[in-house]
Ligand binder design. Structure first.
Ligand code: CUA
Length: 359
């Protein structure tokens, strides 16, 4: 091979590699790391990307060089010279990919096993997924429940996840971990948060009409703040599970005990806004009936307003407003509320329905 060809090939490889590197590095492809797992996943990702750029540069350089250098002249109809393989070259292009693929497999296996390794003081959180909300509970703290995943920074956490209806999936992009939640199974997901903050927690399995609204948050707090949050919840929870003013990010939480404030809290904590519109709660969901029209729905169902609202929560299939489907609202929805929560949310809905009048 002439020296000029080698220089040309090297130059082309540098250009192709440079362009590919810029595409890899300039846009922000990955979310910021917020867990130990995310750091390792990012390492694996960049390890594979570096190998890909290396291979791409070689292939692109040879291809561009060949297209330019060996282009036929217009009057040239001859066949190329017969070539019968090149043992050295074949061994080379078998061994190099073998080494690279083996290296990727080893790195991935190490990362996966480290990512799943629980520490001694692992915190257990039970996750319940149903159309279209997540509920998180803390079995080591009297089964305190929360609509938001609260986590202490720096502690190993294992989620034990159950689905009540169809397949859902839990994903926090900043944690770089994701796992399906399957009816009949308890799936597990391990994460060790490393950064304080509030991160989106999304369902990433198409699970029905409200799938795109099935979102919650993962809130990472200082361990001391987390402990005092848990203690406070435990105290205020009382007997059955109560999920109320737990979200530090929610603007609607109010600890005053006026009936409508309590009802609004129940409304927000139970994901009602994912599916329903209600101007009193700034809710704009469109999966289920518009709750600003409750007065006219009750009339249509031929029931007194309050009894109608209560029945629609406790037994959602009893009356289906024309244009909507049965079984979209979970029929055990009312059972997840305590008596006082149910009373509060019914009172709140009746009050705001009367306010918004006979639309
Ligand atoms: Cu649950 Cu999508």
């Amino acid at each position: 091979m002439r020296r000029g060809s080698i220089v040309a090939l090297l130059g082309l490889a540098l250009i192709a590699g440079g362009v590919a590197t810029a595409v890899a590095l300039v846009p922000t492809w990955l979310p910021e790391d917020a867990s130990q797992q995310a750091g390792r996943i990012a390492f694996t990702f960049w390890f594979v990307i570096a190998i890909c750029i290396f291979i791409f540069a070689i292939v692109a350089a040879v291809m561009v060089y060949a297209v330019i250098r060996f282009r036929v002249r217009e009057d040239d109809f001859e066949d190329g010279p017969p070539i019968h393989g090149h043992t050295g070259l074949e061994i080379t292009w078998t061994i190099i990919p073998f080494i690279l693929v083996t290296a990727i497999a080893i790195v991935s296996a190490i990362v996966l096993s480290r990512n799943d390794a629980q520490a001694k003081d692992t915190l257990r959180v039970d996750v319940t997924a149903q159309q279209f909300e997540f509920t998180f509970s803390y079995p080591d703290a009297g089964n305190v429940t929360s609509p938001v995943l609260m986590l202490p920074k720096g502690r190993s956490v294992e989620l034990y996840m159950r689905a009540l209806d169809v397949i859902h999936s839990v994903f926090v992009p900043q944690f770089s971990v994701k796992e399906d939640v399957v009816p009949g199974l308890v799936t597990q997901l391990h994460v060790t948060p490393t950064r304080l903050g509030t991160f989106p927690l999304e369902c990433t399995e198409l699970c029905g009409l409200g799938h795109s609204l099935m979102r919650s948050q993962a809130v990472v707090m200082e361990p001391a703040a987390f402990d005092s949050w848990l203690k406070k919840q435990e105290k205020s929870a009382g007997p059955p599970p109560s999920s109320t003013t737990t979200s530090p990010t929610s603007t609607a939480t109010s600890t005053t005990s006026t009936p409508s404030a309590a009802g609004l809290t129940v409304f927000n904590a139970n994901g009602c806004a994912s599916c329903h519109t209600l101007s009193a709660a700034n809710a704009t969901g469109t999966i289920g009936p518009d709750l600003d029209n409750l007065v006219s729905y009750a009339k249509k169902a031929n029931r007194p307003l309050e009894a109608f609202v209560r029945e629609s929560i406790v037994d959602p299939n009893a009356y289906i407003q024309p244009g909507y489907q049965k079984n979209v609202m979970p029929d055990n929805f009312g059972q997840t509320l305590t008596k006082s929560q149910l009373d509060a949310v019914v009172g709140f809905l009746v009050q705001s329905a009367q306010k918004s009048g006979n639309k």
